[in-house]
Design a protein. Structure first.
Length: 441
């Protein structure tokens, strides 16, 4: 049975369930919030309903309730190694673990949908070769918008109850095509035309590795599968997921919404951490004379970095209060397959040295590694040294989760997102009234 039909059987009854819940629980309070929280970008305020994942402060990301260790144990894995990232999409969409047959069927369907309209590559070729790869990625996504089944269906007056079906078509096409667009951009960065021939006997991520030019490295293929699964989703409040949902709530198609999401992912505060870590490691090696520093040297360098008012990249998390399970999964891969690599050895040492230093400052809520500490070292080991491209790989991964969530938004017919804003003038006026009321007590 095609995945769309499987999804229909899950989605439509759930739509009715959520419709009733929205009526019954409409007046249930979610909490009281403060001016300080409003000024901090609404951080921590529960104001978004996001169906596919959530972040637990102690266990990390959960996809449809499954933790990272549970997913690694239960998702179907490729014989070469690594969980099928297509399986994560299936889980996020269906709410249950896929079988190996489910994953293979989905992988074949994505590869069948991987043909990129020729004009997309023509658009990219007209951009200067030194254009930031994320700008190219965003433009490549946007260039596919004329093919949107959702936009066409809306223009033709399709019932709002059925629009989700056309969003589903766009989502599958987007996921099928993104690896080719990413590989084409990587080829432009290196001045080569990549071979984008589909190998029907290979999986979605395996073909992606081939198109990038790293298909001969079985362990790279393993890591790419792992990476694409781990970064697929991270609840709805992060910039890329929130942007995708926000733009999509206006009934913009997925090409408009995901292109916008990638513009957010390109920001230094969101999607650049993995490249910042490897840059910092390489700079540290250079300043300390090369090789793997001793723990004492690392301690001195880390403390110097902090005293200079800079952060240690790869540590800390806005929600988590433990070591990120996604880091642990990548770190375990690195220690098993490439433990002799100098940068991997440095990551290992940083894991030991940095948390006690950060804890001692008394200012850090989470001194433990986040997902980005090991990623750059692994990619760099295999020869993927174009740091600006790392975020494009992140973008291919994040499409898995945000697309599943956007599909659910259209099934459930969630309204346009339109929070109420206030001005600082209003806050001042309310604050004066509040003080006067307190003085009268």
């Amino acid at each position: 049975m095609p995945i769309k039909e499987k999804f229909r059987k899950v989605a439509l009854p759930y739509r009715e369930e959520i419709r009733n819940l929205r009526k019954e629980a409409a007046e249930m309070p979610l909490g009281e919030y403060t001016v300080g929280q409003a000024y901090r970008g609404a951080k921590g305020i529960r104001s978004i309903v996001y169906e596919t994942s959530s972040v637990d402060p102690f266990e990390g990301i959960r996809y449809q309730g499954y933790s990272i260790p549970e997913m690694l144990a239960q998702l179907p894995a490729h014989p070469e190694g690594g969980p099928y990232p297509e399986g994560a999409f299936y889980l996020l969409l269906m709410g249950k673990m896929p079988s190996e047959q489910d994953v293979k069927e989905l992988s074949r369907e994505l590869l069948q949908r991987s043909e990129v309209p020729p004009h997309v590559f023509e658009v990219l070729d007209r951009m200067p070769e030194d254009t930031h790869p994320m700008a190219q990625f965003s433009m490549g996504i946007l260039a596919m918008e004329p093919t949107s089944a959702f936009a066409r269906a809306y223009r033709e007056g399709v019932s709002r109850y059925d629009l989700w079906e056309y969003m589903f078509e766009d989502v599958l096409n987007l996921l099928g095509r993104l690896p080719k667009i990413a590989a084409y951009i990587y080829g432009r960065m290196r001045g080569v035309k990549p071979d984008l021939t589909v190998n029907p006997d290979d999986d979605w991520a395996g073909n992606f590795a081939n198109w990038l030019g790293f298909g001969e490295h079985q362990s790279f293929r393993h890591f790419l599968r792992l990476y694409l699964m781990l970064l697929a989703d991270h609840e709805g409040g992060n910039v890329s997921a929130h942007t995708n949902r926000l733009v999509g709530s206006a009934l913009s198609d997925v090409y408009f919404s995901y292109s916008a999401a990638m513009n957010g992912l390109a920001g230094p505060l969101h999607g650049l951490a993995n490249q910042e870590v490897i840059r910092w490691i390489l700079q540290m090696k250079q300043e300390l004379g090369g090789g793997v520093p001793t723990d004492a040297q690392l301690k001195e360098y880390v403390e110097g970095t902090l005293h200079a008012g800079r952060v240690i990249p790869g540590f800390g998390h806005g929600v988590l209060r433990r070591t990120d399970p996604r880091f642990k999964a990548q770190f375990e891969f690195a220690m098993k397959h490439i433990s002799a690599d100098e940068n991997v050895r440095i990551v290992d040492a940083l894991f030991r040295v940095v948390p006690p230093i950060l804890e001692a400052t008394g200012k850090v809520k989470n001194p433990w590694p986040n997902v980005d500490l090991a990623t750059g070292a692994v990619f760099y080991h295999y020869g993927l040294e174009e740091f600006n491209f790392y975020t494009v790989l992140f973008g291919v991964s994040r499409a898995i989760g945000t697309s599943a969530a956007l599909t659910w938004d259209r099934v459930l017919m969630y309204p346009i997102e339109r929070p109420k804003s206030i001005t600082s003038r209003w806050i001042r006026e309310q604050w004066e009234q509040y003080k006067e009321s307190r003085e009268g007590l």
